[in-house]
Design a binder for this molecule. Structure first.
Ligand SMILES: [Zn+2]
Length: 362
């Protein structure tokens, strides 16, 4: 009898180990219920986001090595805080939020991805601390949480390092998605952006918010509403998730074969100033920089007004650059390595731009 119990126990242990090794993905359909999100050209964001998310989930669920959870699988309202909590409680390996963009102008179109802004690392850290405070009550928490001990002051440093890694992994995943948007779907590539977003900041795992396209653009809204459009989006996002997992886990899960169906090619519109294009930096630094050096800059403000880039308009900061985005203008100070930008950021804050933050351009 004892022997039988031991065998059952061993089998159960193996089973739970196998379960734990599954790659956990949280799929978050933006908005829902009383919050429709954007509504333009007969399309409602919450419905498109949910359809795409369910299709992504269906692809991933066909693999035994994925464990998929949805923040919502029906048309219900879920507060942001709850979305983050669902992801954190699930101990997800990756958080993927799907949204549709919209602009007051019908012209902008294209896909973009958003990752947590560096400036909010502190906020994420506080939430991470609060969420993790209970784990010391769990068995084997030291192995489970890679040395995280809420009672040890040195742990705080460890957690900060984990966060930079989390951000780099988010950037890694976002750039895969972005390259599929461009190369497999021929969508206009609006690049990856760092932006303070509560749902990303409050989740403790790598996370990316995907803006599929602009519902305010008639052509793009047709694509997003179409069955083939939604299927195409879900295929490339699922594939990006599988590739990301293989990357971070060192596994060889075969990516889903893409079956991109008759993509409705969005007509190339004449390049208008209102089209979001982060690569277009007005008044760039005088010396040519290598692409690696161009990786970072400091966003000091956003305004609906176009300002002259003179130091008087920016509390004395010189060489401010600007890009036009839908709805206004983004102003930047400095351009260079992350190290250099940390100095620019300190300088900008000292000059009164308290909410300045470091961004990574394309
Ligand atoms: Zn949205």
């Amino acid at each position: 009898m004892k022997k039988v119990l031991v065998i059952i126990f061993v089998c159960l242990s193996f089973f739970s180990v196998a379960q734990e090794k599954k790659f956990k993905v949280i799929l978050d359909a933006g908005h829902g219920g009383k919050d429709p999100g954007a509504a333009k050209n007969g399309c409602i964001e919450k419905h498109i986001a949910l359809d795409v998310v369910l299709k992504i989930g269906k692809i991933l669920e066909s693999y035994p090595d994925f464990n998929v959870k949805y923040t919502r699988s029906t048309d219900v309202f879920i507060p942001l805080r709850d979305r983050a909590k669902i992801a954190n409680d699930f101990e997800a390996d990756l958080f993927v939020s799907v949204h549709c963009n919209s602009s007051v102008s019908p012209k902008p179109y294209g896909a973009m991805t958003l990752v947590m802004g560096l400036s909010r690392a502190g906020m994420n850290f506080e939430i991470a601390k609060a969420e993790n405070a209970v784990i010391s009550l769990e068995d084997n928490f030291k192995e489970k949480y890679e040395g995280f001990d809420p009672n040890n002051p040195n742990t705080q440093i460890g957690l900060r390092i984990m966060q930079e890694e989390t951000l780099m992994q988010s950037i890694n995943f976002a750039s895969t998605v972005q390259s599929y948007f461009k190369n497999s779907l021929q969508r206009k590539d609006l690049g990856m952006h760092q932006q303070p977003l509560w749902v990303l900041d409050a989740t403790v795992m790598p996370g990316v918010l995907i803006e599929l396209g602009f519902l305010s653009n008639l052509e793009e809204s047709k694509y997003m509403k179409s069955e083939e459009g939604k299927s195409n989006y879900s295929q490339i996002i699922a594939r990006s998730i599988i590739e990301y997992k293989n990357n971070v886990r060192g596994t060889n899960t075969p990516p889903n074969v893409l079956q991109i169906k008759e993509p409705v090619i969005v007509e190339e519109l004449p390049v208008m100033e209102t089209v979001v294009d982060t690569s277009k930096v007005v008044d760039a630094a005088p010396e040519p920089l290598t692409p690696a050096e161009l990786a970072y800059k400091v966003q000091i403000s956003f305004s609906t007004k176009k300002l002259d880039l003179t130091p008087e308009n920016f509390n004395g900061l010189a060489n401010v650059t600007m890009i036009e985005v839908s709805g206004g203008y983004k102003y930047f100070y400095g351009l260079g390595t992350l190290e250099a930008c940390k100095k620019f950021l300190a300088e900008a804050k000292q000059k009164g731009f308290a909410s300045a933050f470091i961004v990574t351009p394309n």
